[in-house]
Design a binder for this molecule. Structure first.
Ligand SMILES: [Zn+2]
Length: 477
């Protein structure tokens, strides 16, 4: 029997599954956003935010900044209610599903073999494969390891990039980078991987990177929330949280509201966190209730050399530090602001992008249980957080490399600031911890007239060295 070719094509296309996500398999329950609009709103007051929340209109940024336009997603059946409210808005996307479909089609299309790894977004498998590729390239420099497992049992992979041959005779501080505490912020994965790529490829040939890695190690966790990340590739592009099955049938905890410093503080503000499991900023049943935050916490507890941290988010072009939970300045505001300003200038020097530096609370909004506050307060770590460039969670792929290239020097500057602050000079037993054992060890060396104890240094091991030691010790240097 003869069928016209056109009819065959029609048959073929009608049996092809409609995949709204690049990694969805036929039959997967893909969440669609047909005729959902994206609107830009500059909230005039907290009441506007509560009104939008009550209307079921979801904020689409990572954080909301005071008096700044923000993007919201309006389901088709809520649009009339938004019009009826007196909140001014501008429609920027008429049909969000068309944007997702275009992104999926692009990601599913064959890529030229010559394409750079950073030319487009990568799923979890591709990220892990590239981590292995970098490790194979420099086995002397790179170690891969798992820091724990997600709720759904996926390993959370880390890569340690360290020049262990560069012996300083003391502990070397380490800088931890993590991305995707919020699953939908895809550009953050690429950003963290670019740092790994540059460190691995430039160590030994580029003087600056070689010198940086002589003074500090890097530990990079590009996908800190693997379940959520996979979910954004298979099922729901704009999923933010992890995939915890909550009591009541909803899913997910906002991992960046789940950390153990000032966790679950009510009344701080609209974006601070929520005890409602259905909320996109649900803080969980307790501090560190989630295996993903536990894994990062335990990594830091097991490695006291970690003295720098950057929790990478998108979007908003910000460089943030503590406090998240309080409007008051921290005891280190001057140093943090100086580092933030140096990072801002480094970013601007690359492509002219202006990132705004500042404490989380005053720059965006109050946040309860953030990673940055826990690292800063509980672990005395120089902790910062980027909100990267881009006008949405799916900035075009040609934003990936410019974004990565402009923040890489700033990330290095943060590591330099960490090195300057944490030289472990009084960590006498070299265990990366300043404690009473160091004092006892130092006194023993002082007693024995060990030349290493001549800290003043004047060629004599005496009480002046002890005073110098105590000064360094008190300053945790
Ligand atoms: Zn985020």
């Amino acid at each position: 029997m003869h069928r016209p070719i056109a009819a065959l094509f029609a048959l073929a296309s009608s049996t092809l599954p409609v995949l709204a996500q690049p990694d969805a398999r036929p039959g997967d329950p893909v969440v669609r956003y047909d005729n959902h609009r994206i609107v830009t709103i500059t909230p005039r007051n907290p009441r506007d935010l509560l009104t939008l929340d009550a209307l079921g209109i979801e904020h689409m940024g990572c954080e909301i900044r005071r008096d700044q336009p923000a993007d919201f997603r309006v389901p088709p059946d809520r649009f009339d209610a938004l019009v009826a409210s007196d909140i001014p808005f501008t429609v920027t996307v008429q049909n969000l599903q068309a944007v997702i479909d275009a992104e999926s089609a692009r990601l599913l299309a064959p890529r030229p073999r010559t394409a750079s790894w950073f030319d487009d977004y990568k799923n979890l498998a591709a990220v892990e494969a590239y981590m292995a590729e970098l490790a194979a390239l420099r086995p002397d420099l790179v170690t891969l390891f798992d820091i724990g497992h997600s709720i759904e049992g996926r390993p959370i992979r880390a890569m340690r990039i360290a020049n262990d041959a560069a012996d300083l005779g003391r502990c070397k501080p380490a800088m931890l980078l993590n991305a995707t505490q919020h699953a939908r912020e895809w550009i953050t994965v690429m950003n963290a991987m670019y740092v790994a790529d540059q460190l691995v490829r430039l160590e030994g040939s580029d003087a600056y990177v070689t010198n940086l890695l002589a003074g500090a190690d890097f530990i990079i966790v590009p996908v800190a929330n693997p379940d959520g990340y996979v979910h954004t590739w298979t099922t729901e592009r704009f999923w933010r949280k992890n995939r915890r099955p909550n009591a009541g049938g909803s899913f997910g905890v906002d991992n960046n509201r789940n950390w153990g410093h000032m966790w679950g503080v009510p009344g701080l503000g609209w974006a601070a966190g929520s005890d409602d499991p259905e909320s996109s900023i649900y803080w969980g049943t307790g501090p560190f209730s989630e295996p993903e935050t536990q894994a990062l916490r335990d990594l830091v507890l097991a490695r006291p050399e970690i003295k720098g941290h950057n929790d990478i988010h998108s979007y908003g072009q910000l460089i943030l530090w503590s406090w998240g939970w309080s409007p008051l300045p921290t005891a280190h505001q001057a140093q943090l602001a100086a580092t933030g300003e140096a990072m801002r200038l480094a970013i601007r020097a690359v492509h002219g992008r202006n990132y705004q530096p500042g404490p989380i609370y005053s720059t965006i909004y109050a946040v309860s249980g953030s990673s940055v506050d826990w690292f800063y307060q509980e672990q005395k770590v120089l902790s910062m957080s980027y909100e990267l460039r881009g006008g949405s969670f799916n900035p075009p792929p040609n934003d990936i490399l410019p974004c990565a290239r402009e923040t890489f020097p700033a990330t290095c500057i943060q590591a330099e600031a960490m090195i300057a602050r944490h030289q472990f000079l009084s960590d006498w037993n070299r265990d990366c911890i300043h404690d009473i054992l160091d004092i006892l060890d130092f006194i023993a060396d002082l007693d024995a007239q060990d030349p290493r104890a001549d800290l003043s240094p004047d060629g004599i091991v005496d009480i002046l060295d002890f005073l110098t030691f105590i000064e360094l010790f008190a300053d945790e240097r």
